[in-house]
Design a protein around this ligand. Structure first.
Ligand SMILES: CC(C)(COP(=O)(O)OP(=O)(O)OC[C@H]1O[C@@H](n2cnc3c(N)ncnc32)[C@H](O)[C@@H]1OP(=O)(O)O)[C@@H](O)C(=O)NCCC(=O)NCCS
Length: 159
């Protein structure tokens, strides 16, 4: 089921065929959280996610990507609005569409990570981890630049 929401000159759509992978890659590969994200991985991540694209007359101008089983859990990531379209409520509208999506109703847990955009998510009921000590993570901030160790050429037996 493809969702579509319209507001003035803007549209939000979950149609995967409408996503402009080049535009998404251009933004994400220069962002602070996905710096260097290779094109092929952007394409793959979109293919396996529920993505809410934001569109204006000139094309795609924003994104909110949801990694989810559509049953119990969702991780909201890669949220952006291009600079020239910010400050018009579009970011909040995207989050409202995500949270109101029929495919994402009744989930037990949502997770999102942000450096400084807490103000965008707080009205949706999000807050700091209730039990930080019980949440563990594996983080590889440089992985898009360095790749998995197995992808790198051999450097010798002691490398
Ligand atoms: C964050 C972002 C998506 C917001 O888009 P936007 O369309 O300008 O947002 P809105 O106009 O809907 O603003 C909604 C609220 O979000 C908050 N907000 C917006 N941008 C913010 C930012 N950079 N930092 C903190 N809060 C922000 C504000 O509280 C704002 O509320 P207000 O109306 O009371 O001022 C946009 O600034 C962006 O793309 N930033 C760069 C990418 C980024 O940081 N993404 C978030 C990663 S978690």
């Amino acid at each position: 089921m493809i969702e579509r929401y319209d507001r003035g000159d803007y549209t939000i759509s979950t149609d995967p065929d409408r996503l402009d992978v080049c535009a998404v890659h251009r933004y994400l590969s220069a962002s602070y959280w996905a710096d260097g994200f290779p094109f092929a991985l952007v394409e793959r991540s979109l293919r396996h996610s529920l993505s809410f694209g934001l569109y204006a007359s000139e094309g795609q101008v924003g994104l909110a990507r949801v990694i989810t089983d559509e049953t119990t859990f969702a991780y909201l990531c890669d949220v952006y609005v291009l600079p020239e379209h910010r400050g018009r409520g579009l970011g909040r509208w995207m989050i409202e569409c995500v949270m109101g999506s029929p495919r994402l109703r009744g989930l037990r847990r949502w997770l999102l990570v942000t450096r400084n955009a807490q103000g965008l998510y707080q009205p949706m009921g999000s807050g700091p981890l209730s039990n930080p000590a019980g949440v563990m993570e594996i983080v590889r901030p440089d992985i898009y630049r360095t790749g998995e160790p197995r992808d790198r050429p051999e450097t010798g037996s002691d490398g």
